[in-house]
Each structure stands twice: as structure tokens, then as C-alpha cells.
Design a protein. Structure first.
Length: 229
């Protein structure tokens, strides 16, 4: 392959929006720092939305941006939180994509924090190629030629080969299994809230990784849940 055509991860951005400043925003910032090991920054609104009580320059969220090897390492961990499944519609035509994590306890190695409760986050991934710096340099700034841009298909192919992701449309035949796994996840989270059992997270990871293909597998999952509860 032409070395100028090689695709790599330029950066990833983790974002949590809470809608207003306060204790929850501070806890969300601490959560991002715990996940990434990097310092978070607060984000401000740009518009006025009276129905939501939002005004310009109001601090409503926080984010962390990672680059180079650190970004790749954290991205692998975040993708495992969604079982390496990303919907095709999340990819744009410029080599970028994003995905959401419903609850932070799905991320391996992140424990449940009773004070924080259950919140989710958004992950945005930016891909790049050698030569993309011409659109950012201060002198002689130029646009990326059309034949050098990263297309949607190229981005999907790169992520599938490098990070082993699956596109949701490719697993439609297995969709009932995915729904069952989500139901199991919800049940486990409810047990976590009711009984405050922090070590259940380790067992939860084991349950999520099971390949549920038959009634026997469902019985096996039920047996595991019966043991840990």
C-alpha cells in the first residue's frame, strides 16, 4: 500500500453532557479522568435554549481529548464496552465516527461509584492520513484533495481490520441475542443498585462475553446469575 494512504487514529474525544454546572458535572469530570488518566476540561454552550434553561457560555459538560498511542489504547477499551459493535450510520463521509456508551460500568476496569450513579458518555474518533496537516498549517493552508480523503468505506474497513469492530448491519441475524444480552445487563444493573454489590461487575463482564445461541446458553447464564446473586 502507498504509505501516504495509510490510515491511523488522530485523536479520540470523550464527552459527557450534564446540562448545568454543579456537583454532577464535577463528578463527571473526575470519571473521565479516571477512564483516560488525562485532565478533563469543561465545555460551554454556544446558544441560548430557553426551554432547557441554557444560555451562552454556560458550563454544561466536560471532555477529554487523547492522541497517538494513548488514544489507541483507550479506544480499544471503550470499544469493548459496546461489544465492538458500531452502527454504520455513525460513520460520516470524512473518515470520522462516534458511538455512545450507555453506562460507564460497561467499560472494563471501571467500578461502580454510588455517589455518581449511572451515567453514559459519547466517544468521537477522528482518523487521519499522512498529508492531512495541510488543512491545519498556518501558512499555505489548503484543502485535502478529494482522492486523498478518507471515505466512509475506507474508515469502516480500517476499523474492522485494526480494532476488529463489527458493523451492526452485519449482525442482524444475531440481533435477538444482542437484545437478550442487553436485558441481562439491565437486570444486573438493577441488582447492583438494590444490593450495592460492587464485585458483581467482574461477573457481569463474563456474562456479556458469552455467545448466547441456544436455550441451553440462556439456562447457563441463569445459573451464573443465580450463583453470584
Amino acid at each position: 500500500m502507498n504509505p501516504m494512504k495509510q490510515i491511523s487514529v488522530e485523536k479520540i474525544t470523550l464527552n459527557i453532557g450534564v446540562g448545568a454546572p454543579g456537583n454532577k458535572l464535577d463528578q463527571s469530570a473526575e470519571l473521565l479522568e479516571r477512564i483516560t488518566g488525562a485532565k478533563s476540561v469543561k465545555t460551554k454552550s454556544m446558544k441560548r435554549i430557553p426551554a432547557w434553561g441554557v444560555r451562552p457560555k454556560l458550563i454544561i459538560g466536560c471532555k477529554v481529548t487523547l492522541r497517538k498511542e494513548k488514544a489507541v489504547q483507550v479506544l480499544k477499551n471503550l470499544l469493548s464496552a459496546v461489544n465492538n459493535v458500531v452502527p454504520e450510520k455513525k460513520f460520516d463521509n470524512n473518515g470520522n465516527f462516534s458511538f455512545g456508551i450507555e453506562e460507564y460500568i460497561n467499560i472494563p476496569g471501571v467500578e461502580y461509584d454510588q455517589a455518581l450513579g449511572i451515567i453514559g458518555l459519547e466517544v468521537a474518533v477522528t482518523l487521519t492520513r499522512p498529508g492531512f496537516r495541510i488543512k491545519k498549517r498556518q501558512l499555505l493552508t489548503k484543502k485535502i484533495p478529494a482522492d486523498h480523503r478518507i471515505t466512509k468505506d475506507e474508515a469502516i474497513d480500517y476499523m474492522a481490520k485494526t480494532f476488529k469492530i463489527k458493523i451492526r448491519e452485519e449482525i442482524e441475524a444475531q440481533w435477538p441475542q444482542v437484545i437478550l444480552i442487553k436485558c441481562l445487563n439491565s437486570w444486573i444493573r438493577n441488582q447492583l443498585r438494590k444490593r450495592n454489590i460492587s464485585n458483581i461487575i467482574n461477573h457481569k463482564k463474563e456474562v456479556v462475553e458469552l455467545q448466547i445461541e441456544s436455550v441451553e446458553d440462556v439456562v447457563l447464564v441463569g445459573a451464573i446469575l443465580g450463583v453470584i446473586i
